[in-house]
Design a protein around this ligand. Structure first.
Ligand SMILES: [Zn+2]
Length: 323
C-alpha cells in the first residue's frame, strides 16, 4: 500500500525557478542546466523504481517514497522505505551508467566508463548508514525496534552490475528486479513483530515526521540578490516587464494580456530567495506602487500568512524545507 508518494524534488523545483530568474547569458546558467539534467535523471530513475515497487503485494508491504527524517541534528533522506510486520527495508536508488563493481572488502563502488574507472558514492553504504540512523530515530521516538534490511537499486537498465561476493549481490538489483529482490530478502524474516494495525500506525508516524532539509540555493551558487531578474516576463514573448493595465498584465512588445502572470515570478522568488515575501518586496519585484494591489495579488495566491498587517509576510505552503 502506498503511504507516501514521491513529489517533484525540491531541488528540481528550485533549479527550474532559478533558471527563470537569471539572465540567459549569466555565467552560472550552463552549470545549473547540468545540475538540473542530473537531478532529473535521478528523479526519473526513482519514478521508474516506484512503478516496480507498486507491483508488490499491497496488503503486505507499506511503501513510503522520499522520506526525510531528522535525527541527532541531522536530516537523512531515504529514497524508499518499505514496512512489513516482520522487517523494514531501506532502498537507495541510483541512476549510474557503465560497469559497476561493488567491492565488499573496501566498501567501495567503482564505475568503469569509456575506459576510465572512478569511485562513487556507494548506495549500499548509504543505505546501511540510514539503517543506523533509522534505529536511532525509532529509539528516540520510543517505537519498537525492527530488523532493518537494505537494498541498492540501479535504475539504469544499460548498466552492468558486478559484486565481489554473493551476499553483496543479494542487496543489489535493477529497478525491474526490485519486487524479486524484496521477496528474496523477505524470506529471511518469519516472525510477526507488529499487527497490521500497529504497522499502519507507525507508517503514519513516519509520514508525519517527514521533514525535508532546507535548501539555500542562493548560498549554494554564491549568488547575490541583485543578480536575479525582476518584473514579470511575458508568457508569450518572454520580454520584461509586463505592466498593469485595467486589472490585467500587459506586454508592450507583443501586446499580450495575462490575468495571472505574477503567480510564477512570485513563486519562483519564494523558492529561490528563502520562502518569504513582504508587500514591499512584492511591489519591488513586480514594479508596482499600490500596496492594495500587492496585497490583493498575494492574498489571491493561497500563501501562508505570518505577522500582523504592518509587517505581514507570505510564504509557500510547503513543508518546512525552504525556511
Ligand atoms: Zn510579449
Amino acid at each position: 500500500m502506498l503511504i507516501k508518494a514521491r513529489g517533484v524534488p525540491i531541488w528540481i523545483q528550485c533549479l527550474e525557478a532559478l533558471l527563470r530568474l537569471l539572465p540567459q547569458n549569466h555565467r552560472l546558467v550552463p552549470e545549473i542546466h547540468r545540475n538540473l539534467k542530473n537531478r532529473r535523471k535521478g528523479y526519473n530513475g526513482e519514478k521508474s523504481s516506484d512503478y516496480y515497487a507498486s507491483l508488490l503485494d499491497q496488503k503486505e508491504f507499506l511503501i513510503l517514497h522520499d522520506l526525510t527524517l531528522f535525527h541527532k541534528k541531522l536530516h537523512f533522506q531515504i529514497d524508499t522505505l518499505i514496512l512489513t510486520t516482520r522487517f523494514f527495508l531501506i532502498i537507495e536508488i541510483k541512476s549510474l551508467e557503465g560497469e559497476l563493481f561493488f567491492n565488499h572488502m573496501t566498501c567501495q563502488l567503482t564505475v568503469s566508463r569509456h575506459e576510465t574507472v572512478t569511485g562513487t558514492d556507494n548506495p549500499l553504504i548509504q543505505a546501511l548508514n540510514h539503517c543506523t540512523q533509522l534505529r536511532g530515530w525509532l529509539e528516540t521516538h520510543k517505537l519498537k525496534q525492527m530488523p532493518i534490511e537494505h537494498l541498492a537499486i540501479i535504475s539504469n537498465s544499460r548498466s552492468v552490475i558486478r559484486c565481489s561476493n554473493y551476499e553483496t549481490a543479494r542487496h543489489v538489483g535493477t529497478d525491474k528486479s526490485l519486487p524479486l529482490k524484496v521477496m528474496e530478502l523477505s524470506k529471511r524474516y518469519k516472525e510477526e513483530l507488529f499487527t497490521d494495525k500497529e504497522l499502519k500506525k507507525i507508517a503514519k508516524a513516519f509520514k508525519k515526521a517527514h521533514s525535508p532539509q532546507p535548501i539555500n540555493i542562493m548560498g549554494f551558487y554564491k549568488l547575490k540578490r541583485e543578480e536575479l531578474l525582476k518584473y514579470i516576463a511575458c508568457p508569450n514573448c518572454g520580454c520584461r516587464p509586463m505592466v498593469r493595465v485595467r486589472g490585467l498584465w500587459h506586454c508592450e512588445k507583443c501586446f499580450a494580456y495575462s490575468k495571472d502572470a505574477h503567480v510564477e515570478v512570485i513563486t519562483d522568488h519564494l523558492l529561490v530567495k528563502g520562502n518569504r515575501i513582504t508587500n514591499k518586496e512584492c511591489r519591488d519585484l513586480l514594479g508596482i506602487s499600490s500596496v492594495k494591489l500587492a496585497n490583493k495579488l498575494l492574498t489571491g495566491m493561497n500563501l501562508h500568512k505570518e505577522g500582523n498587517t504592518r509587517n505581514r509576510s507570505y510564504s509557500l505552503k510547503l513543508p518546512s524545507h525552504l525556511k
